[in-house]
Design a protein around this ligand. Structure first.
Ligand code: ADP
Ligand code: ZN
Length: 524
């Protein structure tokens, strides 16, 4: 798209200094700003704390006209706008809680060019009256925050976001910038397509947050383990994520009983109470926040030293986002996930009962999360490969790296699997692949002629279950990839070429050595 608005001549850094007090951009921010101010559609993937806000707020200040910011977090709009006001930036928001008078005031300010950034929910944005209003203004750009919500491949799909493709039809000349901290490969492609972007510039910041240590502990006697961990880090701030509101409350009470400075936070509390608790945490008056995932969105606290998960998250996107709230100041910070198979069972049951439209996808994402928790290889490599990023060496800062499992050279095994995957054109899911490798005479194999391919039966010496374990490990380290969009078929991953052609070797753990998940007690 071509921008009708040309950026002003002033240097972007002068805006950064004046409004945010920072001396220089982070490397990617500069490139993003260059892209959007030149009128190009832009997609930005940056981990939480990476500095996405500056990416659209500085251009909004530089360019003539109004920047419309779409955000699903209605509850946070007020905070976001107030934070901008504190920096001296003219911003406003519109949501359903406002009266007609307030709205007229915002409208008038926009018309007079007094507002640079207007925050709005997708529902409001797409209403007819709002279109008429916007059409009478000069617009600099649309900024779509939490852009993964537009994709049904994402973990937080919001149907109201899908209508945003209207923007391109209504305002073909206005560039769009989409920002998210959490999108796997498929979700990224989907974001650009659904917004009808033309030749977008895509910026992907590294997801590697090296200052976060990664650890998975068995989910038994969780409170005892938590107390021990907390005693090792007195006077530090952290978050313990729990699945249910009830467990947040009980856990906070138990920790207070033991003399810790703890509180709880969840969506069942009224907003003034939530605001009070959040404020206390920001000011370090409360150190330990026992919270549901409702806590943390949009909260900018740099000295969160640790994040624990009392329950396993439903998917890696959510997990990554939540642990990302630790160590935003770059200092070493600890993350601990308590894993019990009971959580997997609970989610599976919830999902199969609720039958969401994308049930299979959600189950597959849950499975990946479970594999992460059960992994025997570097956990950071697993996380990064999930976001299609390669970490060539194990990280040295996760529990597996610190306490390595006994491994064997599985290069030939990986080559067999890859060669079969390639001969099957990356079309078959795991069970079929194993059947082919083991030389099974199943109906699927025979009716498709899979028994004719060269690697048929090349892995007959291994049990079905062993192959499952090895394939999961190969997926986790990026040798094989799961094509969600293609019935979960397996295809070569980012490391495949090196293993097949460049002499790269690979080690795996024997299934019998893999630690077993613990079936744990119920909520506290
Ligand atoms: P995100 O939205 O990606 O989670 P934010 O936009 O909230 O991240 O930025 C995270 C923190 O980094 C904020 O405290 C912000 O003020 C700070 N920050 C952003 N850009 C810079 C910069 N160029 N230099 C220093 N700090 C920055
Ligand atoms: Zn590691």
């Amino acid at each position: 798209a071509n921008a009708t608005a040309q950026p002003t001549r002033q240097d972007p850094v002068s805006y950064l200094k004046r409004y945010y007090g920072y001396d220089r951009f982070r490397p990617m921010q500069e490139a993003v700003i260059q892209s959007i101010t030149s009128g190009r559609d832009t997609v930005v993937l940056m981990p939480t704390g990476g500095g996405k806000s500056v990416c659209f707020q500085v251009p909004a200040l530089m360019m003539p006209g109004l920047c419309v910011v779409v955000s699903p977090l209605i509850a946070l709009m007020k905070d976001q706008v107030e934070a901008l006001h504190l920096n001296g930036i003219a911003a406003a928001y519109i949501n359903s809680s406002q009266g007609a008078k307030e709205w007229r005031e915002v409208e008038a300010n926009c018309r007079q060019g007094k507002i640079k950034l207007l925050y709005v929910s997708p529902e409001k944005l797409l209403s007819d009256s709002f279109y008429t209003f916007l059409n009478s203004l000069q617009l600099s750009m649309f900024a779509i925050d939490e852009a993964h919500c537009i994709s049904s491949w994402g973990h937080d799909f919001r149907p109201e976001y899908t209508q945003l493709n209207q923007l391109r039809r209504w305002f073909p000349q206005v560039p769009i910038i989409a920002l998210t901290a959490t999108a796997d490969r498929l979700t990224r492609l989907d974001i650009a397509q659904r917004l009808d972007m033309h030749d977008p510039a895509v910026f992907i910041d590294s997801f590697n947050r090296t200052n976060l240590s990664l650890q998975v502990l068995p989910g038994n006697n969780r409170i005892g383990q938590i107390v021990k961990l907390l005693q090792q880090k007195p006077d530090t701030s952290g978050i313990i994520y729990c699945l249910s509101r009830k467990s947040c409350e009980t856990l906070a009470a138990k920790l207070m009983e033991k003399g810790f400075s703890a509180a709880f936070y969840h969506a069942g509390m009224d907003s003034s109470e939530r605001g009070r608790i959040q404020e206390a945490f920001l000011r370090d008056d409360v150190r330990i926040m026992c919270a549901t995932i409702a806590f943390g969105m949009g909260i900018d606290k740099s000295n969160v030293r640790w994040v624990m998960h009392y329950n396993m998250p439903k998917n890696i996107e959510g997990y990554y986002q939540e642990i990302g709230r630790a160590g935003r100041d770059g200092l070493p910070s600890q993350t601990v996930l308590f894993y019990s198979f009971a959580d997997v069972a609970t989610y599976t049951q919830m999902l199969t009962e609720n039958k969401p439209a994308n049930l299979d996808l959600q189950l597959a994402k849950l499975e990946r999360m479970k594999q992460y928790a059960e992994a025997n290889t570097c956990r950071r490599q697993i996380l990064l490969s999930y976001f299609s990023e390669e970490l060539p060496e194990p990280c040295g800062n996760c529990d597996v790296c610190r306490n390595p499992r006994v491994t064997f050279d599985a290069t030939v095994l990986a080559q067999k699997a890859l060669s079969a995957i390639i001969r099957l054109d990356g079309r078959v899911p795991m069970n079929t692949l194993i059947d082919v490798l083991r030389g099974s005479r199943s109906a699927t194999v025979l009716s498709n002629g899979y028994d004719k391919i060269k690697t048929y039966g090349a892995g007959a010496d291994l049990r079905f279950e062993d192959w499952r374990s090895y394939l999961h490990q190969l997926i986790n380290i990026g040798v094989i990839e799961v094509a969600y969009e293609n019935h979960y078929a397996l295809r070569p991953g980012i490391l495949a070429k090196d293993i097949l052609h460049n002499g790269k070797t690979i080690s795996l753990v024997r299934p019998d050595d893999a630690p077993k998940p613990v079936v744990a007690e119920k909520a506290p």
